[in-house]
Design a protein around this ligand. Structure first.
Ligand code: RI2
Length: 324
């Protein structure tokens, strides 16, 4: 893990981190972003296996399942987190159910964790390649929050020589848009930061909008950072197409069975200072950090397996279920 001056978290490989530390880093948002937290959780499962002495199959299996449960509970909305944990633990379960030795179950878990991290990082290259092609020469692209998948598309379009201009919504309350702007500027892109409420004014100057995803529902609705659905609505109004960039492990299988995505609500101090809150104790603060963009405001979803219309989300979910 590396931090740059404005603290952009990266999980650019398997990280040596124990489950409790990974849990608190995800919960406190020291590591954020749907892909990063999934890779961190997979890394923590690998670390758990490497540091457990238990040679009892049963005991090891029950314990690692508990660790997985803890990791899954660190944040509620990004489905990449439970999906990542479940994909790794599916190998553990398969090996356990096949009657394998404790050593073999451990080995299967480590391999699955490494594979998940590898696939997650590899997905960015493909998403960048497919999404980048959809951006035209000279396009102005508006984006929101700090999504590595969306950044891959923008970097790829830049690298393809398309001469794009990027507008980053700053993304209150935690200003993740500043991180996106810093990353893209370092990459050599032409970047402008705007305040979130200027989105409607600037979307008219944009040719395309690009966002990431914390979860994709079976109907193709995209759950992403608060403000995304507003950006999508004004983009739709201005006939600007919205591309959502999402690895397939961000699709939420349970939505096929009627579940809804829980929207995380974070602390009031992210919105107002403690002094302010103390001075005006009767003011209520609401801080939901995600919202849902309906499929009708999304043009395409770019995954590492290809570009799909939102209406094809169920096909991705069917494949994903087989991995878990
Ligand atoms: P990648 C983030 O949530 C943002 O909503 C971002 O668009 C999404 O995760 C996907 O990010 P948060 O963890 O996985 O910052 O594409 O609250 O990096």
């Amino acid at each position: 893990m590396t931090d740059d001056p404005i603290n952009i978290p990266t999980v650019s490989g398997v990280v040596d981190i124990d489950v409790d530390t990974a849990y608190s880093q995800i919960k406190d948002m020291r590591i954020h972003g749907a892909g990063r937290i999934a890779r961190l959780a997979a890394s923590a499962l690998k670390n758990y296996v490497e540091n457990t002495n238990s040679s009892d199959r049963e005991q090891f299996y029950n314990n690692i399942m508990k660790e997985g449960k803890k990791l899954r509970s660190a944040r509620p909305t990004a489905v990449s987190l439970p999906n990542g944990v479940n994909i790794v633990l599916a190998s553990t379960r398969k090996s356990y159910n096949a009657g394998e030795s404790s050593d073999n179950i451990k080995e299967a878990t480590i391999k699955a964790a490494e594979q998940f991290v590898h696939n997650s990082l590899d997905a960015y290259n493909k998403i960048g390649e497919y999404g980048g092609k959809r951006i035209r020469n000279g396009d102005t692209v508006i984006t929101i929050c700090n999504s590595e998948a969306a950044i891959s598309v923008l970097k790829a379009a830049h690298d393809m020589g398309k001469g794009i201009k990027i507008i980053c919504c700053e993304t209150r309350p935690l200003f993740q848009g500043h991180k996106t702007a810093a990353t893209l500027s370092k990459h050599g892109c032409d970047v402008t930061i705007i305040i979130d409420s200027a989105a409607r004014r600037f979307v008219e100057k944009a040719d395309r909008a690009v966002c990431g995803a914390d979860a994709v529902a079976v109907n193709g609705a995209v759950v992403n950072k608060i403000g995304t659905s507003q950006l999508a609505a004004v983009a739709h109004e201005a006939r600007v197409k919205l591309m959502a960039a999402a690895e397939t492990y961000k699709f939420y299988a349970d939505t096929m069975y009627g579940e809804l995505t829980e929207i995380e609500e974070r602390d009031a101090t992210e919105v107002c200072s403690e002094e302010y809150l103390k001075a005006y104790p009767n003011i209520k603060i609401r801080n939901p950090v995600f919202d849902v963009t309906p499929p009708e405001n999304i043009d395409v979803i770019v995954t590492e397996k290809g570009i799909i219309p939102p209406s094809a989300a169920s096909l991705v979910i069917k494949d994903l279920i087989e991995l878990m």
